[in-house]
Design a protein around this ligand. Structure first.
Ligand SMILES: Nc1nc2c(ncn2[C@@H]2O[C@H](COP(=O)(O)OP(=O)(O)OP(=O)(O)O)[C@@H](O)[C@H]2O)c(=O)[nH]1
Ligand SMILES: [Mg+2]
Length: 726
C-alpha cells in the first residue's frame, strides 16, 4: 500500500519551497466554493461525484441551504507539478460583503490569492474589494476567469468576442492592481496571459486553460467552442483538468512561504527586525522562535475551540509553553491539527510556513499572536468596513441570561466582525454587524446551533461622533480628590491622516517605544516630525498626542490616560456613540506627588472629563454611515431605481447603460436602507441586484441632528440635557 495521504502532507510540510499558502476570493457567487471543491477532488481528496455539486466546503447547514459561503474554510492538498510534489494550503473565502471580515483575516494567513471573476458579470464591486484586501497584506494575486461555459452556452460568443471580453477583464484587474498596490508591486504583480498568471475555464465543468497550457497541449479557442457546440465539453476536463492547470499556475506564480515572508513580514509585523524573533520571521525559520497568528476560530462540538492560522516561524509542538500576546496569558499548547483535504488530523508537531489548527486555546480571538514567550505581536488585522447595524438581543427566558452572555462571547470569537457590547446604563446586550444578513445569520445560529431562545429588536444604526473645529483653550479635567489636573485640547484629524489610517498605511495601537516605521508613515501623511514622535495611541481612527514636557511621573500615568482615551473614543460626548477622526492632545498636567492619590479611581474621571469637555467646545457633530451602492437592472427599470434612491435620502452619483442593462451608482444613508433588498426586488420584478461599493461616514444633515441625538440618548437612558462633559 502506498504512503497515506496524511503522511504525505506531513512530509511536504517540512519543505517550505514546496508549499503554497493561497486564498480563493471573489465577488459573491462567482464560483469560489465550486472551484475549491473541484481542486480538492482533482487532488484525490474528495469524491469527484460530490465536488462542485455539494459545495463540501460550505460545512454549515445554513451555508448549504442558502447556497452561499459564510465562513472561510481551510483545506490542504498535494499536487504534483513537473514531477515534484507540492502542498497547497487553501482557504475558501465568502463573497457576500457581510462576511468580508473573514476574507481580510484569511489574507493574513496566505501569500497568494486566486481572484475569480465571472466571465459573464465581469469585474464587480467585491472583485475590487478582495484585491484591496489581498494587496494590503502583500498577498500576490493571479486571475481566474470563471463560468466561461456560460459565454458559449447562453451567449454563444465567437472566439474573437470571447477573447475581447477576457482582455477587458484582464485590463480592469491590472488597472485595479496598479491603483491599489504599493508602488513597488503595482506593475510587478500585473497579471498576464502570456506567462499564465491568467487562467480561464469553468469550475462547474471542471476544466481550465491558460495560454501556455493551450500551447503545450495544442488546444485552440475554437476547440473549446466546438466542444460546447457539439456537447462534448466533458472531454475538456480530461484534456485540461481544472486542478492541474490552476494549481500549476499557483505553483509557478505564487511565492513559497520563505520567499513571501521576506517582503510580507516588514509590512505586517512592526517589531525589531534584528531581534531573535525578527530574524526568524524574515527567514521563516522552523528552528527559530515561535510565531503563530490566529485568523479563524471554529467551535467544534467534540474538539472544542480550534484556532486556525499561519505559523510564520518556529515549530509548533504539542505540550510546549506558549504565550498569547493580546490576552497576555501563558499556557501550554494542546492538540495540533493539519488539514488532510477538508479533514482535520491530529499531529505532534508542525514547522513554520504552514496553515495549521491549534486546539485548547481559551480566549483566543482572530488576530492573536502566539509566541513562546511575551514578544512583539503582529499588526492588528483591520477590516475595510466597520459594523454599522446594531440590534439589541435578549434571552426569551430570563433564566437563560448567563447562557446568553457565554454564547455571545463564543459567537464573537468565531466571528470578530460581530461586536458585542453591554449598555451599562440599561444592562442591555447589543450586537453590531456588517449588515442585515449578517445579524440574521448570527441570530439563527444562536437559536439553531447553540439552542438558545432569543429575541432581538429592530435594527438600529450606530452613528459616529466627531468634531468640526479645534477646541481652543485647554480644557481642565480634575480628579475627584482635586489633587490631579489634566489639560486637553482636541482638533479634527487631517484628511490625509484620515485616509492613511483607513487604508491601513498607519498601523493602529498603543505606541510603546521608538518606532521609526510609524513615524515615517505619520510624516508621509503630513504630520510634522516633532509631533509624530509624541503620538502615543491610535485607536479607531483617533489619535492621542502627548504634548507635555518634563512631567516626572508621566510614565506611571500614561497607561491610564490611554485607557480612558480609548474609553471616551468608544463613547463620545454627544450621545455616547463611537468617536472618529479626533486628535486629542494632553497639553499639561499637575499630578499629586504621592502615587496613592492618583490611582485609576482618581485618574479615569479626570481624563474623561478633560477629553469630553474639550470635545464639547469643538463643535461636535454626529456623522452617519453612508454606503455607496451599485445597482444593476434591465434598462426599463432605470426610473424605478432612481426613485428608490431618492426616497431614501440618497444621492444619485452615476448612471450608465451597458447593452440592455443600466448600472446606477448611488449613495444612501444606512439608516434608510433597512429592507431595501426586498424593495429593490419588488420595484424591478426581481431583476435588480445591488452591491456595496464603499462605506463612509458623513455629516448627518443639520435638520435632523437634534432629533437623532435625542432619540439615541433616550434609548440609552441618558438624561436629555446632561452636561456633555460629565
Ligand atoms: N455555469 C456555471 N456555473 C457555475 C460555475 N461555477 C460556479 N457556478 C455556479 O454558481 C453558483 C455559485 O457558486 P459557488 O461556488 O457557491 O460560488 P461562491 O463564489 O463560492 O459563492 P459565495 O461563497 O456565496 O460568494 C452555483 O450555482 C454554482 O453551481 C461555472 O463555471 N459555470
Ligand atoms: Mg462560496
Amino acid at each position: 500500500m502506498g504512503e497515506k495521504m496524511v503522511d504525505k502532507v506531513m512530509r511536504i510540510m517540512k519543505k517550505p519551497e514546496q508549499i503554497r499558502n493561497i486564498a480563493i476570493c471573489a465577488h459573491i457567487d462567482h464560483g469560489k466554493t465550486t472551484l475549491s471543491d473541484n481542486l480538492l477532488a482533482g487532488a484525490g481528496m474528495m469524491s469527484e461525484d460530490l465536488a462542485g455539486k455539494a459545495c463540501a466546503l460550505d460545512f454549515h447547514e445554513d451555508e448549504q441551504t442558502r447556497g452561499i459561503t459564510i465562513d472561510s474554510a481551510s483545506v490542504s492538498m498535494v499536487h504534483t507539478c513537473e514531477g515534484k510534489e507540492f502542498l497547497i494550503n487553501l482557504m475558501d473565502t465568502p463573497g457576500h460583503v457581510d462576511f468580508g471580515g473573514d476574507v481580510t483575516r484569511a489574507m493574513r494567513a496566505v501569500d497568494g490569492a486566486v481572484v475569480l471573476c465571472c466571465a459573464v458579470e465581469g469585474i464587480m464591486p467585491q472583485t475590487e474589494t478582495v484585491l484591496r484586501q489581498a494587496l494590503k497584506e502583500r498577498v500576490k494575486p493571479i486571475l481566474f476567469i470563471n463560468k466561461v461555459d456560460r459565454l458559449m452556452k447562453e451567449l454563444q460568443l465567437t472566439p474573437e468576442v470571447m477573447q475581447e471580453r477576457f482582455m477587458k477583464i484582464i485590463a480592469s484587474v491590472n488597472k485595479l492592481i496598479k491603483d491599489i498596490a504599493e508602488e513597488e508591486y503595482g506593475s510587478k504583480w500585473a497579471v498576464n496571459v502570456q506567462d499564465g498568471s491568467v487562467c480561464f475555464g469553468s469550475a462547474f465543468h471542471n476544466w481550465a486553460m491558460s495560454l501556455d497550457y493551450m500551447q503545450k497541449k495544442n488546444i485552440s479557442f475554437k476547440e473549446i467552442i466546438d466542444a460546447y457546440d457539439n456537447e462534448t465539453w466533458t472531454e475538456l476536463k480530461k484534456k485540461a483538468p481544472l486542478h492541474e492547470v490552476l494549481l500549476n499556475a499557483v505553483i509557478k506564480h505564487h511565492p513559497n512561504p520563505v520567499d513571501a515572508q521576506k517582503y510580507r513580514i516588514p509590512k505586517i509585523w512592526h517589531g525589531d527586525k534584528e531581534s531573535a524573533l525578527g530574524k526568524s520571521l524574515l527567514s521563516c525559520n522552523p528552528n527559530g522562535k515561535l510565531a503563530f497568528v490566529v485568523v479563524k476560530v471554529v467551535v467544534d462540538p467534540q474538539a472544542g475551540e480550534i484556532a486556525a492560522g499561519r505559523l510564520f516561524s518556529g515549530t509548533l509542538k504539542k505540550g510546549m509553553p506558549i504565550y498569547m500576546n493580546i490576552r497576555k496569558t501563558a499556557l501550554r499548547s494542546q492538540q495540533i491539527y493539519v488539514y488532510n483535504g477538508a479533514k482535520r488530523e491530529v499531529v505532534d508537531n508542525v514547522p513554520s510556513g504552514n496553515i495549521v489548527g491549534l486546539g485548547g486555546l481559551k480566549d483566543a480571538y482572530p488576530g492573536e499572536t502566539i509566541t513562546d514567550e511575551a514578544d512583539e505581536p503582529f499588526e492588528k488585522i483591520t477590516h475595510i468596513f466597520e459594523p454599522v447595524i446594531t440590534k439589541s438581543i435578549e434571552a426569551k427566558n430570563p433564566a437563560d441570561l448567563p447562557d446568553l452572555a457565554k454564547i455571545l462571547v463564543q459567537v464573537s470569537k468565531e466571528d470578530p466582525s460581530l461586536q458585542i457590547y453591554i449598555n451599562q446604563e440599561t444592562g442591555e446586550y447589543l450586537m453590531s454587524g456588517m449588515g442585515e444578513l449578517h445579524l440574521e445569520i448570527i441570530e439563527n445560529r444562536i437559536k439553531d446551533t447553540k439552542h438558545l431562545d432569543i429575541q432581538t429588536s429592530a435594527p438600529i444604526v450606530v452613528y459616529r461622533e466627531t468634531i468640526t473645529a479645534p477646541s481652543g483653550a485647554p480644557f481642565e479635567g480634575k480628579s475627584p480628590n482635586k489633587h490631579n489636573k489634566l489639560y486637553f485640547t482636541v482638533e479634527p484629524v487631517t484628511e490625509e491622516l484620515k485616509t492613511a489610517i483607513k487604508e491601513g498605511k498607519i498601523p493602529a495601537g498603543r505606541i510603546k517605544k521608538k518606532d521609526m516605521d510609524l513615524w515615517e508613515s505619520l510624516e508621509a501623511a503630513g504630520m510634522d516630525s516633532k509631533q509624530s514622535r509624541k503620538v502615543r495611541d491610535i485607536f479607531n481612527g483617533n489619535i492621542l498626542v502627548d504634548g507635555t514636557r518634563g512631567i516626572v511621573h508621566i510614565g506611571e500615568v500614561i497607561e491610564m490616560i490611554m485607557d480612558m482615551f480609548e474609553d471616551v473614543m468608544k463613547a463620545g460626548a454627544i450621545a455616547r456613540e463611537p468617536c472618529l477622526n479626533i486628535k486629542v492632545t494632553i497639553n499639561d498636567m499637575k499630578l499629586h506627588e504621592d502615587a496613592i492619590h492618583r490611582g485609576p479611581a482618581q485618574f479615569y474621571p479626570a481624563v474623561r472629563m478633560g477629553i469630553r469637555g474639550a470635545m464639547s467646545q469643538a463643535k461636535p457633530s454626529l456623522y452617519e454611515p453612508i454606503q455607496t451602492m451599485r445597482f444593476e437592472a434591465p434598462i426599463a427599470y432605470m426610473g424605478e431605481i432612481s426613485k428608490l434612491i431618492a426616497n431614501k435620502r440618497g444621492q444619485l452619483i452615476d448612471m450608465k447603460q451597458e447593452g440592455e442593462t443600466v448600472i446606477v451608482l448611488g449613495k444612501l444613508p444606512v439608516g434608510e436602507m433597512f429592507g431595501m433588498s426586498s424593495e429593490l426586488r419588488s420595484a424591478t420584478g426581481g431583476r435588480g441586484i445591488s452591491s456595496l461599493v464603499d462605506q463612509n461616514f458623513e455629516r448627518l444633515p443639520d435638520e435632523i441632528q437634534h432629533t437623532i441625538v435625542t432619540r439615541i440618548r433616550q434609548r440609552k437612558g441618558l438624561k436629555a440635557d446632561e452636561d456633555h462633559s460629565e
